[in-house]
Ligand binder design. Structure first.
Ligand code: T6T
Length: 315
């Protein structure tokens, strides 16, 4: 089923869009630090970064921690700072723990651009680029509501508290639930970015509340595990899962009917914009302090049509 999706390497599709970097940027060294290695969202972002850097004559190195964990990301940041790149594009894994190490990078004269996630006080960063995460959470509720106009119990499966993106998604979702008295909010549970933990959360929740109608899974791995959990509980027919992100596994689950909608971000555009802002800062040109990128709702109806290019790349 995945043969037509161009899932290997960086293809043109998902990496189109974003503003192009200016001229006169020859030879800049850019370091990209992912939230976690091997995550198709960050792989797609890397594709966007590499293509924009190539156009600008800049070089890119990419690394990510083995887990979405600030204790693993901080040493990476420290070693990247020691290697003295001109700019760092980074997705901080915690709003508090990553603030000081990244401020130290900026204090060392490196232009820091926050891509995807942010920190509590991002004033050291030249620019921040992310999806409308709160809006995406609200859109996820709309998709559940469309499938269950009668209302019912809904649950959020997130990653860890203190991640700016997934916290904002949960907030946007929960605010929307609160605004509709047909729905009952069962709260947020945290999977620590482990699909198996997300699956356990969902099977336990369905045992306790067999009448759950909707689950909002706040990222790729939460969605992967939530789908497994619903499947294990044999509840595919009554539970609607809406997942943030759209990797190949999520698309497969969508096509199989385990997941009903995906909120696809634009990681390649975030990456391209990040490069453009880093280079603008290095050249002393005007920098945009904050850029918000869009998202696409993918369902069975548009996955092979309009939304095809919204699917993430994998390497
Ligand atoms: O959802 C993305 C990213 O936006 C988030 O900050 C962390 O999880 C992902 O990388 C997906 O796994």
């Amino acid at each position: 089923a995945s043969a037509g999706l161009m899932l290997t390497g960086c293809s043109g599709g998902a990496s189109s869009g974003g503003s192009s970097a200016g001229a006169g940027s020859d030879g800049y060294k850019i370091a990209f630090i992912q939230g976690v290695a091997g995550d198709e969202f960050y792989i797609s972002m890397q594709c966007g970064i590499e293509s924009a850097a190539k156009d600008a004559g800049a070089t890119v190195t990419t690394q990510g921690p083995e887990k979405f964990d600030p204790t693993l990301q901080k040493p990476l940041v420290d070693s990247v700072v020691a290697s003295k790149p001109d700019a760092i594009l980074v997705a901080p894994t915690d709003v508090k723990a990553m603030e000081a190490p990244l401020k130290a990078a900026a204090d060392a004269g490196i232009k820091v651009v926050l891509v995807d996630t942010t920190v509590d006080d991002p004033s050291f960063a030249v620019s921040q680029i992310s999806s409308d995460n709160k809006g995406g959470g609200a859109a996820a509720f709309d998709a559940i509501k469309e499938a269950h106009p009668e209302g019912g119990k809904v649950l959020v499966v997130s990653v860890d508290p203190g991640i700016s993106t997934t916290d904002a998604r949960a907030e946007g979702f929960q605010e929307a639930v609160k605004g509709d008295d047909k729905f009952t909010d069962l709260g947020v549970q945290y999977s620590h970015n482990e699909p198996s933990t997300a699956a356990e959360i969902v099977t336990a929740a369905l045992q306790k509340d067999p009448d759950i109608v909707g689950i909002f899974a706040a990222n790729l791995f939460a969605a992967e595990g939530s789908a497994t959990g619903v499947k294990q509980a044999g509840k595919e027919d009554s539970v609607t899962i809406v997942g943030f992100d759209a990797g190949p596994a999520q698309v497969k689950q969508l096509k199989e009917g385990t997941v009903q909608a995906l909120v696809a971000q634009e990681p390649a555009t975030i990456g391209k914009d990040g490069v453009a802002q880093a280079i603008a800062a290095l050249n002393g040109d005007k920098v945009e302090a904050k850029i918000e990128t869009g998202f696409t709702i993918i369902t069975k109806d548009n996955v092979d049509g309009d939304a095809k290019d919204a699917v993430y790349q994998s390497k």
